[in-house]
Design a protein around this ligand. Sequence first.
Ligand code: MEV
Length: 301
Amino acid sequence: MITCSAPGKVYLFGEHAVVYGESAICCAVELRTTVHVNKAEEVIIESVLGSTGLDFEIHPYVSHAIEKMRQFTDIEGVAIKVESELPVGSGLGSSAAVTIATIQALNYLYKCGLSLEDIAKTGHEIEKMVQGNASPTDTYVSTMGGVVMIPQRKKLQHLKCPIIIGNTNKFSSTKELVGSVAKLRSEFPSIIDPILANIGQMSILAEKYVNESDYRTIGRLMNVNHGLLDSIGVGSTELSALVYAARHSGAISAKITGAGGGGCMVALAEDDNAISIAKAIEEAGGEAIITKNTEEGVRLE
Ligand code: MEV
């Protein structure tokens, strides 16, 4: 049996804008999806969603990963078990993590010899097939770990401050939110395009501050990024409540992370106030997770 795991991620900057080729900065977090694979008589996929065969409705990412890997090797039967610390549909990259961990586990089991670049590329093709218009961000950062600038594929300085995630526990459909931004953009291109370009510029400016570990300045820019995300219609009452609760309890920064709508917000904290920020998020109705940046992307367990 082979076991691989891959991390989820938060966006420091650039969600939505990255779909239009703008720059984003993403940070892998120490919340992982673990995939166990073993040769078997038939295809069996087990997860919290149930036990199925090759099933593109219930297990689209794992099923597509098996199909894709059939281009490199002869896979007849395989038993796959998925366990995850990442809530599904919350903007933390759970679909990228399961896709990347599955590809790498099959890569080891069948000795396909795929490189990390090949794995990230195959994972992105699968996300595009399932979601429509997906950027390479989630699959790239889940494969490589660390802090990554996209589309430059540049690794930046590791983030050392505590990261707090606040989950609204409201399902958010990336496809629908990306669609709603596309609609707004097609109606008001002269307004929306500069906002997206501005978000991209923020990532380019922030690169220096990330490399200098200047969390105060990163935080001020993240707060501006939150306002711009709100302006393109991906905020919500629940997300705002968690963002302002985190800021009022001393967070360095707090913003939406991922597609928005529901899903999660992210806050950066000092070493000594992570617990009080997490409490404030819970009191405002969210579920808080204290985590940190991980330098490790997909790995063999
Ligand atoms: C979703 O986690 C982030 C978006 O930018 C979509 C994408 O990058 O594919 C909204």
